[in-house]
Design a protein around this ligand. Structure first.
Ligand code: ADP
Ligand code: MG
Length: 153
């Protein structure tokens, strides 16, 4: 299938979806996280990292643009490009090298680096609904579809 949706009634549910995604993702994936400020993008990233076995603090990389993690034999780069506005910074910071066969890249505010990023394997969109969030995952590659299929029981 190429898409998956579920309702997340509270923060715990967002963390739980992240943990579930940890069982489906694979190295070399690029995942865009879409949704307004406060939608739950960082919360979902935290759940995914915990699901992969990362026990430390997962903070929002708003000022640093990216937070690197090494966990369960892979690199996970969590980007928050909200404050990214200088394309030359992309090359200077060596961000291009972060996208490789041993890494998973999670990207908040990918639209701020349009043209610099690869096509994502997944776009996950979080939308406020009632007091919770609606999560929608869309796959855009063969690998993305394969990983998405693992989400179904
Ligand atoms: P973003 O990274 O999208 O700006 P954050 O994850 O930093 O958002 O913050 C999301 C806020 O919404 C947090 O206060 C979190 O507790 C809350 N939250 C996360 N998921 C849900 C949910 N499913 N329902 C209600 N509140 C949620
Ligand atoms: Mg965030």
């Amino acid at each position: 299938d190429t898409d998956f949706s579920c309702f997340l009634p509270d923060e715990e549910a967002t963390l739980a979806l992240g943990a579930r995604l940890a069982l489906s993702v694979s190295p070399a994936m690029v995942i865009f996280l879409e949704g307004n400020l406060g939608a739950g993008k960082t919360t979902l990233s935290r759940g995914l990292l915990r699901g992969l076995g990362f026990a430390g603090r997962v903070k929002s990389p708003t000022y640093t643009l990216v937070e690197p993690y090494t966990v369960s034999n892979l690199y996970l780069y969590h980007f928050d490009l909200y404050r990214f506005n200088d394309a030359s910074e992309w090359e200077d910071a060596g961000f291009r090298d972060y996208f490789n066969a041993e890494s998973i890249c999670l990207i908040e505010w990918a639209d701020k680096a349009e043209g610099l990023l690869p096509v994502p394997d997944w776009i996950i969109t979080l939308t406020p609904e009632h007091d919770g969030r609606l999560a929608h995952i869309q796959a855009f590659s063969e690998q993305g579809r394969t990983c998405l299929n693992r989400l179904y029981p």
